[in-house]
Design a protein around this ligand. Sequence first.
Ligand SMILES: Cc1ncc(COP(=O)(O)O)c(C=O)c1O
Length: 335
Amino acid sequence: MNYSIQDIRAALGTCSRLSLADLPTPLTECARLAKTLGGPRLLVKREDQTGLAFGGNKVREFEYSVAPAVEEGYDVLLHGAASQSNQSRLTAAVAAKLGMKAVMVGRKDEYATPVNGNLLLAHLFGATVHLIEREKEKEAILANLKAEGHRVYNTSSDGYYYRSVSYVDGFLELWEQVQALDVQPDAIYVCAGVHTHTGLVVGAKALGVDVRIIGISPSPQDDAKKNVQLADVANEVCKILELDLHFTACDFESYGAYAGPAYGVLTPQAREAVLLAAQTEGLLLDPVYAGKTFGALIDHIRTGWYAEDQTAIFVHTGGTPALFAYGDELMAGDP
Ligand SMILES: Cc1ncc(COP(=O)(O)O)c(C=O)c1O
């Protein structure tokens, strides 16, 4: 079943929402980058420009996913991942903006010292930062917070499906911009974590838009399993928005082949993508997410997936503060 933009906006309007992001984000033509690659027309959806705290997709996601924390009286926003986590940085920034306490439980990994990039920003936003070596330490930190009487909202797991809901809204925004430009995109590239990719796919199917949405994973994955996982999330989103749609793995196209050996490892393709975007457009990608995704698009262009009269949209999900923590690796060799 197809829905109108108004129908889907009405469904989104039933969800609680904070106002955190500068929206709409721009959809920018990158003609020099396209010409350099000799490939399709390239438009970049600037989700790195969502405004708050160097922006990124989490600002849009948190509008929906953190709203229940405010409504239900939680006083701590907690997040834990890699030391250069964008989500930790934005958890800290959003907590500061909402007058809540932020706790980051990051991994003591190779990008934790010297303090730089996202980790530096988490400190500046006033987060209590724990860098741990064993997952078990996290449980003790959580238990202490609870014993002190805090109500702890984990921005990874709490409000989980609402993060994808936010990108249904993101798709409507993108599609209105695409229509205003009178283009018919042949493909949309996005980092395939979970939520941005899923929300875009749900938005497209709900509107009845036939466009190929290609997700590029920042981590090695079993593509078939990942597509099943994304379809499961999409079906939960449909329940929330009461959309009469059903998703299967066939609705998703995601690739782990561009991740390199592990999450967070700078691949030669991602490094090339970062340098090329910077040097043809003054456009900053990041080394962990957008760089790998754009690296995949470059590979697809070079291997003939697209003709010059086609159009590809690249959704830039942000993450640029991590550039500073990857400075040595980005500068290794000839920039
Ligand atoms: C810059 C950036 N892009 C993409 C992602 C993937 O996010 P999601 O699964 O919410 O789409 C992340 C997640 O941390 C991120 O920081």
